[in-house]
Design a protein around this ligand. Structure first.
Ligand SMILES: *[C@@H]1O[C@H](CO)[C@@H](O)[C@H](O)[C@H]1NC(C)=O
Ligand SMILES: *[C@@H]1O[C@H](CO)[C@@H](O)[C@H](O)[C@H]1NC(C)=O
Ligand SMILES: *[C@@H]1O[C@H](CO)[C@@H](O)[C@H](O)[C@H]1NC(C)=O
Ligand SMILES: *[C@@H]1O[C@H](CO)[C@@H](O)[C@H](O)[C@H]1NC(C)=O
Ligand SMILES: *[C@@H]1O[C@H](CO)[C@@H](O)[C@H](O)[C@H]1NC(C)=O
Length: 945
């Protein structure tokens, strides 16, 4: 470990000591001053410990007379050697020690024996380190009240290692790899109040012994493998306020004894296998209840929603039937009853008085009757999802009063009448889905004032008249679905940001196809099929540079088919168009490779999606019920250890060496073993696979959940990868081959032995990254990103750009990875908020919270964060806050924030680093418009050389 070597510190210290500082030093004993000085020699801080009074040092707390040190916090100091720990124990007055967010991999015995003698030590925080092996045995520590060892790699069973902690009140062992049954020896004197054991591999039942800790106020056992039922005498824990049992394998009924817990405020038991009814009265004292994704049946108790403190209720994805409760508490904030078998009406004024209601999801039930006008008075509603029911009648105009609405989903009902003009008042609306109803009349022109609208689905209705003239004022619209209506008339200028799809199929449009589509430079799918278009094609259709599919079939078109780029597939069946250029990708199209025709599969998927939306949605819902497990922190489905069932595999690279080395069955063997996992990012797991030839490859498994994967895109996937495989840039990681299985996809890449930038920079090799390497990495990433952003067909954006998605070919050569996510994962389908999906904490630009789209400016922000990581040497979340915020808080003197191990090498290095801090700060500007484009970032970086 690098020590702090600038000498003025000790020199100044001595000066103070001898001249006028006895006054200051007399406060802290000479022993403690000396110990603290000894301690400081173990570290090199960005902000050095150099004040003569240790009480003024960052992270050091003294008692209120400054006569003794009582707290030391070394959180986020990138410490990897634990040698300093026994020295800390010389501070006999220590009460709090926080060494969280470091890289410690062990706790020396000297620490447990020495610190165990400190009677006053109340808190130990080892959270977020790299501790390995078994839990240490704690002897002594008579006063220890709080022990936090969460987010480490501790493993094995827990016996009586903690039983000697007679004062233990709060224990957190979450996010480790502990196995066996839940520990029950948690301090002989039984004073435990908070127990957090979530995200481990504990199995077996919830032991009765746990119920003897009568002081427990909080229990979190989420994400383990617990089985059997909840002990029926759980009501004994009368002080319980929080009980979280989510994501286990618990069975049986929800015990009625929970009703005895008058202080229980939050109860979550979602994602288990509970059966039986929702016990009446369960919400009497609760503020939050989550029983989603179980097999609960019966009716919803009439009084469920009425208790006055109730804020959140989630019973979605069960088998509940009967009608909705009519009495609703005014404090209710979020209600989810989706995917049950509920019937009857939506109570006409039940929700009218619920001023706090922000999320209301009743989708995928059997509700009938009309949408009550009273919903219009829930002014805080942000999301209203009533899709897939049997709702009929007209859309109440009062919905236009919901000025905070972001998402309105009413598709797959039997709604009729016209679309009310007041809908134009929903200025914050991002998604509007009224598809698959029986709406008639024309599309109101007021719809064009929905300035935030990104997705507009009006297909499969009975809408007539023409498309609103000013539809192009929907400047952020990326998908427009108007198919299967009775629309006609002039096709106006379309919104220029359209990207996913523009669908005008199966309407009554006639006359020549107008010019103007050529300016839709980002549009990928244009469907004009099944209309009465006639005449020749406008010549600007070929100018659509991102186009992949053009559907013209069943129209009265004639003349010659212009020459499209080879990426475009044109379906002109049922027209009189003549194809003169032989190599055209006309449909039906037979893939030259073995296996089924990819294009045909896409076509079938699209046709199915249009004509059988109902069926597909049912399918989609059942698939997602199967794979998707709602968990706010963890979107990744459980690892499967069986061999995946391969549907299709394909080698993409033209490189002969790879083509002969890649062996798909070896690749599939590799992913069946968790011991081959070398790396995990948010959406992918990388496995190491050794081929029979001896060459090594990465097999990357996409951890997608169906909620965020567009329907039908399993088929589209191969095509997208083929395009990505053609990218040729030395800083972009391109796919070599892929395997599609029934439920996921695997992509093969060249093996990168160094791993990710995150691992190198924040791991033991961090100090070997000198400035030349870091600068070269920064420039390389910028080069890769500006290449991807400037891709001629359409820009390729990064969904989750972070130092974990950058691989290091060598210590100077970065590769931008995970480039396919943007094409195959659709975050807008996530049930959580968008920013929770698009990106990793610390890298997400602030605007994603409301724009809900991934942008180039967003990528620039994430790049800025990576630059800061390289400059400061700290991870993107540091000392519990985002690095960007940390920098802004400490920005008075940039010199101090630089990674001192690097900046101290020379004045020239320091100057260059300071210049690049300025570039990083431009990139992370809060306002996306003012951030520079990737190209100019690259230029600035090169100029800073
Ligand atoms: C100072 O430290 C020494 C050895 O570490 C110890 O013997 C002595 O008792 C300490 N003095 C005080 C006042 O704590
Ligand atoms: C500080 O370190 C020196 C040298 O290792 C050692 O002799 C001394 O006892 C230490 N002082 C305290 C208070 O631990
Ligand atoms: C204790 O030390 C801190 C840091 O130097 C200083 O801000 C504070 O005023 C001191 N308190 C007393 C009582 O001397
Ligand atoms: C331990 O540190 C982590 C990270 O700094 C923090 O989030 C957590 O709240 C701390 N635990 C306790 C019990 O203070
Ligand atoms: C419930 O909480 C209240 C307020 O915090 C407290 O006074 C009361 O003792 C608690 N009841 C039980 C049974 O612990």
């Amino acid at each position: 470990m690098g020590r702090y070597e600038c000498t003025p510190t000790s020199f100044l210290g001595i000066m103070f000591f001898f001249c006028f500082c006895p006054m200051v030093l007399s406060l802290l004993s000479q022993n403690q001053t000396e110990t603290m000085t000894n301690l400081s020699k173990y570290f090199s801080f960005p902000v050095p410990w150099n004040d003569p009074n240790p009480c003024a040092w960052k992270g050091v707390t003294c008692d209120n007379t400054n006569s003794s040190v009582v707290g030391i916090s070394l959180s986020g100091f990138s410490l990897s050697s634990p040698d300093f720990l026994p020295v800390v124990c010389k501070i006999e007055t220590l009460e709090h020690l926080d060494v969280s967010n470091n890289l410690l991999s062990s706790i020396p015995d000297g620490f447990t024996t020495e610190c165990g003698k400190i009677k006053g030590l109340k808190l130990l925080n080892f959270s977020s380190n790299k501790l390995e092996g078994a839990l240490p045995t704690f002897n002594g520590f008579d006063g220890l009240e709080t022990l936090d060892m969460s987010f480490n790699q501790l493993r094995g069973r827990i016996g009586s290692e903690l039983d000697g902690l007679v004062s233990l009140k709060s224990l957190n062992l979450s996010f480790n790899n502990f196995t066996g049954s839940l520990p029950t020896k948690l301090g002989k004197s039984m004073v435990l109040e908070w127990l957090v054991l979530s995200n481990n591999h504990f199995d077996g039942k919830i032991p009765d012994e746990l119920l003897t800790y009568e002081n427990l106020t909080g229990i979190d056992l989420k994400a383990n493998e617990l089985s059997q039922s909840i002990p029926s005498n759980i009501g004994k824990l009368s002080k319980l306020e929080t009980l979280i049992l989510s994501s286990n394998k618990l069975i049986g009924e929800i015990p009625a004894s929970l009703l005895d817990l008058t202080n229980l405020s939050r109860f979550a038991a979602n994602q288990n296998h509970f059966t039986g009814p929702v016990p009446p009265g369960i919400t009497k004292y609760l503020t939050s209840l989550d029983l989603s994704f179980n097999q609960l049946s019966g009716t919803i108790p009439e009084d469920l929603l009425s208790p006055s403190n109730l804020q959140v209720v989630d019973l979605s994805n069960n088998q509940l039937s009967g009608s909705l409760p009519t009495k609703v508490s005014p404090s209710l904030f979020r209600l989810r009853f989706g995917s049950n078998q509920l019937s009857g009406n939506i109570p006409s004024d039940g929700f009218a008085t619920v001023q706090n209601l922000t999320y209301l999801e009743l989708d995928d039930n059997e509700l009938n009757g009309s949408i009550p006008a009273g919903l219009g008075s829930c002014r805080n509603l942000t999301l209203l999802n009533l899709a897939q029911n049997h709702l009929s009648g007209e859309l109440p105009p009062q919905l236009g009063d919901l000025g905070n609405l972001h998402v309105l989903q009413l598709q797959l009902n039997k709604l009729n009448g016209t679309i009310p003009t007041k809908i134009g008042q929903l200025k914050k609306l991002i998604t509007l889905n009224l598809s698959s109803n029986s709406l008639s009349g024309s599309i109101p022109s007021e719809i064009t004032s929905l300035s935030s609208l990104t997705l507009l689905y009006l297909q499969s209705n009975k809408l007539n008249g023409s498309v609103p003239t000013h539809i192009s004022s929907l400047t952020v619209l990326i998908e427009l679905q108007l198919g299967q209506n009775q629309l006609s008339g002039v096709i106006p200028k379309m919104p220029l940001k359209l990207q996913v799809s523009l669908n005008l199929s199966s309407n009554l449009f006639s006359g020549p196809i107008p010019r103007g589509f050529g300016s839709l430079a980002g549009l990928e799918i244009l469907d004009l099929s099944n209309n009465k278009f006639s005449g020749q094609l406008p010549d600007d259709l070929t100018a659509m540079s991102a186009l992949t599919h053009l559907y013209l079939s069943n129209n009265q078109l004639s003349g010659e088919l212009p020459k499209f780029s080879q990426n475009v597939q044109v379906d002109f069946r049922g027209t009189n168009l003549r194809n003169t250029t032989a190599e055209h990708n006309q449909l039906p199209y037979t893939a030259s490779k073995k296996g089924i025709s990819v294009t045909l599969a896409i076509l079938i998927a699209i046709v199915a999606a249009i004509f059988l939306v109902g069926l597909v949605t049912v399918l989609f819902v059942s698939i997602s019920r199967h794979y998707y497990r709602v968990n706010d922190e963890h979107l990744q489905p459980a690892e499967d250890h069986h061999h995946p069932q391969v549907v299709q595999s394909n080698v993409l690279t033209p490189n002969g060496i790879h083509r002969s080395s890649i062996d798909f069955s070896k690749a599939m063997e590799a992913v069946a073993l968790t011991s081959n996992v070398t790396l995990k990012t948010r959406f992918s797991t990388y496995y190491k696979a050794v081929m029979p030839s001896g060459s090594i490859y990465f097999v990357k498994k996409l951890n997608w959940s169906d909620k965020i994967l567009p329907v039908g895109s399993h088929d589209k996937f191969g095509k997208e990868l083929e395009m990505l495989a053609k990218l040729n840039n030395s800083n972009v990681m391109t796919p070599l081959a892929y395997v599609l299985s029934t439920d996921t996809a695997y992509i093969l890449y060249e093996f990168i032995s160094n791993g990710s930038l995150f691992d190198v920079l924040h791991g033991s090799m961090g100090s070997s990254l000198d400035w030349a390497s870091r600068y070269s990495i920064a420039v390389g990433i910028a080069q890769g990103l500006s290449f991807l952003h400037g891709c001629s067909s359409s820009p390729i954006l990064l969904l989750d750009l972070s130092s974990k998605s950058i691989m290091l070919k060598s210590l100077k050569e970065p590769l931008v990875g995970d480039i396919e996510h943007y094409k195959v994962i659709d975050p807008s389908r996530s049930t959580g908020n968008f920013s929770a999906v698009a990106g990793s904490v610390g890298y997400i630009p602030p605007e994603y919270a409301y724009t809900m789209t991934v942008t180039m400016a967003g990528n620039v922000y994430s790049f800025g964060v990576i630059l800061l990581e390289l400059l400061i040497g700290k991870p993107a979340v540091t000392e519990g806050t985002e690095l960007v915020k940390w920098v802004l808080r400490n920005s008075a003197n940039h010199d101090y924030i630089l990674d001192f191990n690097v900046s101290r090498t020379s004045q020239a290095v320091r100057n260059q680093m300071l210049a690049i801090v300025k570039i990083a700060l431009l990139c992370v500007n809060a306002s996306p418009e003012t951030r520079p484009k990737m190209k100019s970032v690259l230029r600035m970086l090169l100029n800073a050389r």
